[in-house]
Design a protein around this ligand. Sequence first.
Ligand SMILES: [Zn+2]
Length: 277
Amino acid sequence: MFKKTIRKQVHLNGTGVHSGKDVNLWICPSESGKILFQRKDRGDASVGLDIEKIQAMHSSSLICGDMKIRTIEHLMAVLFVFGINSVLIKLDEEELPFFDGSALAFCDALERAGARTLSMEKKSISIKKPFLIKEDNASIHGTPGDGFKITYIIEYDHPCIGRQELSLKINRDTFRKEIAPARTFGFLKDAEKLREKKLALGSSLDNTIVLDDEKIVNGPLRFQDEFVRHKILDFIGDLSLLDGRLSGYFKAEKAGHSLHLKAVRFLTENKEFCEIA
Ligand SMILES: [Zn+2]
């Protein structure tokens, strides 16, 4: 298995969900064998994707000194599933565009860009021994297995969500059809608190499924269980930091970015559980 870049540069424009700022994004071919981000508004300063520089808050962000690249997880998920691991991503603001809150715009862009195989070997990452990571009532459990499979369980005390569970073998086809269209969701009661913290400044009924205490404010849903599907999208984006072809079964329950990243760190640091070759 070899690394891949894209055939041609693609440009995207949109708004950051937390910053609320308009941003241009260019995904460019690169022979570096790495995913590199470059801030055009910061004198072309660049930073490579690196688990040590990732912070999870309400999204996953790459932080290097005072330079930030925010909300990278949806694009990372698409690059990972499409097997593209050598690109230069330029942007002229600190947060990636959010589009409709799903990963569809990034899928369309990378399909337009095409793919090209490089003569650089790609790592293969296999779960070797079952592991369990817990935090309060959230958990991530991994077991060895052929291919890459995710089971995700969420439980919200809300009449439109409740308990949702979905298991899926992840490949480009299942991702494109079952996961990429699933949008971000948020609760109206949290909106004010987030905005006080200067978060969700760009969120709107066009990029977030909004729930009040009883109902979905801006239906219809794209899937009856769109919520758990979006959690799988975010989980893939965070697992993409392992950077390679992934084999194993993951079961996540009531998890979020911070626990996803704990699992990624555990796997990179514990060779008896995870073989990276
Ligand atoms: Zn997300």
